[in-house]
Design a protein. Structure first.
Length: 95
């Protein structure tokens, strides 16, 4: 999985192409995919995670609700939403 650190950026209104450009300039392997650690980035069909998967051409795993960290460091998603893996949609993929 790739690690993307985005600071002071509101996710709403940003397409997946912005972080895609960041990742493509780093040592990144599409085979490993990406895991997003930002609340609700996997919520809905046309969400941030799907746009990023399309832009990168790889799988993106994202939380579908509020992401929390336990005192022991374990990540979990509120409620029953859990995590969702998004595959690239070739119709929406960047050329």
């Amino acid at each position: 999985m790739a690690f993307i650190k985005v600071e002071k950026v509101a996710i709403r209104g940003i397409s997946g192409c912005v972080p895609a450009n960041i990742v493509e300039n780093k040592d990144f392997s599409r085979q490993n995919g990406v895991r997003l650690l930002s609340c609700s980035t996997g919520k809905g069909d046309d969400c941030f995670a799907q746009n990023l998967a399309n832009a990168l051409g790889c799988e993106v795993k994202a939380p579908c609700d509020v992401l929390r960290v336990s005192p022991s460091g374990k990540l979990f998603v509120d409620g029953n939403a859990g995590w969702k893996v998004f595959s690239p949609n070739m119709n929406g993929r960047r050329k």
